[in-house]
Design a protein around this ligand. Structure first.
Ligand code: BGC
Length: 410
């Protein structure tokens, strides 16, 4: 049964999102129901990505920092390493604020790189086959229909970079921008960027700060803050591609996933939400209890067809930053990832488009569906869907959201 958003309180506690005034009521119609990665210098005799044996020994390493040194857009680019007492290691480049490697211990204590990426800056700079590996996405995560919206009576036209639509901020999205980096400590990196008025077509000078913190309990916390001098729209996220079996292994479809969402947003054939809210019950989108990602990925279902797999925003149930909204478990490595967020939505993308990407870390080939993304965010196309939680940011207001990816192993 399809239901339409209408008058019901969208009651997210601890959801200090946008310029949504405190206790702002966002309305949904619930039809009578309440609802709502190096890497891999993959060595040890096994060329990652070249076979199906996910138990093969791969020695994961952080790429050589020298491969990330350059001056781009008048700024110094580099690779920044965060490490905690468990040797969990995160490598981040300030080009696009991208997560390059994320090495976490598996059930035997072996460090495993759970995100896809490239060995050098050049890999990230190439424009064709942009997959947004590990990038900060902005100003607007996911799609805006036809790249158009109206704000305070004024129409704006954005770059159209995905069929008829704008995806992930357009051609000058944050994934392609050089952030100013400040290492706060061995476990914390602050990245900042000024997105000028008119960049990509968006109004207002937007000052953005993203802080990555690696805690001693193996959590990677990402805090996004933004302010503007003119009313604009903002929706920031991270586009890490995860494979808990280890980056460079062929599949992730045997990983089990649970998402705390009773509803998701169906999309049209161009992946723009229809504006309706669909209960997940009885559909391939029901991840309310653990299910392998592969279980229903090929199901005969119009929405699976539109997404070429899963490429949909899940409407998260009532939660706060201390409640896990999604969990993924690898049967191979025993690695478990829990996701926490202040955001109301989660884009679950099952790596449907990239095929045979052959410049992965350690010369790995990343095939179709060898990773998934769990992008915490406001809903796609919100600037045109006025019943969705607002993504409008006004001068004087502060955008602040937090997302945590926490790792353990069993
Ligand atoms: C989108 C996909 C898109 C991918 C780009 C995801 O966030 O939902 O539709 O193809 O990003 O790599």
């Amino acid at each position: 049964m399809m239901v339409r958003f209408s008058q019901t309180t969208f009651n997210q506690t601890n959801n200090p999102i946008l310029p949504m005034k405190k206790n702002q009521r966002i309305v949904f119609l619930l039809a009578g129901i309440s609802t709502l990665f190096a890497a891999c210098n993959h060595t040890s005799g096994t060329k990652a990505g070249s076979n199906n044996d996910t138990t093969a020994v791969i020695n994961y390493q952080v790429p050589d920092s020298a491969n990330f040194k350059d001056t781009l857009q008048g700024k110094q680019v580099g690779l920044y390493i965060l490490k905690n007492k468990n040797n969990t290691t995160v490598a981040i480049t300030n080009f696009g604020g991208r997560l390059v490697s994320l090495l976490v211990p598996d059930k035997n204590g072996k460090l495993t790189d759970v995100i896809l990426g490239h060995d050098d800056l050049k890999g990230y700079e190439q424009k064709k086959n942009e997959n947004y590996y590990g990038a900060i996405i902005g100003r607007y995560g996911n799609r805006i229909a036809k790249g158009k919206f109206t704000l305070e009576g004024k129409s704006y036209q954005l770059d159209v970079n995905n069929g008829a639509n704008t995806l992930h901020g357009g051609y000058s999205g944050f994934y392609s921008r050089v952030f100013t980096a400040k290492k706060i400590s061995g476990q914390q990196l602050e990245l900042s960027y000024l997105s000028k008025d008119g960049e990509g077509g968006y109004p207002g000078n937007l000052t953005v700060k993203v802080v990555y913190t690696l805690t001693d309990d193996n959590a990677l916390k990402i805090e996004y803050t933004a302010t503007t001098d003119k009313t604009t729209v903002v929706n920031l996220t991270n586009h890490a591609y995860f494979n808990l079996n280890g980056a460079g292994t062929k599949t992730m479809t045997d990983d089990s996933l649970k998402i705390d969402a009773d509803n998701y947003l169906p999309v049209d054939t161009t992946l723009i939400p229809t504006g309706k809210l669909q209960p997940v019950k009885g559909t391939p989108f029901d991840f309310t209890t653990f299910k392998t990602i592969g279980a229903d990925i090929e199901k005969a279902d119009d929405q699976i067809k539109n997404g070429k797999g899963f490429d949909h925003n899940f409407v998260l149930n009532k939660h706060n930053i201390t409640t896990s909204i999604a969990t993924v478990k690898s049967p191979e490595t025993g690695i478990v990832m829990d996701v926490y967020t202040t955001e109301p939505g989660l884009q679950f993308y099952s790596g449907n488009f990239p095929t045979g990407i052959n410049d992965g870390k350690g010369k790995a080939v990343y095939p179709h569906r060898s990773a998934f993304c769990l992008e915490t965010q406001h809903f796609p196309d919100s600037p045109n869907q006025l019943l969705f939680p607002s993504t409008v940011l006004k001068r004087g207001d502060v955008y602040h959201t937090t997302t945590i990816y926490k790792f353990s192993a069993k």
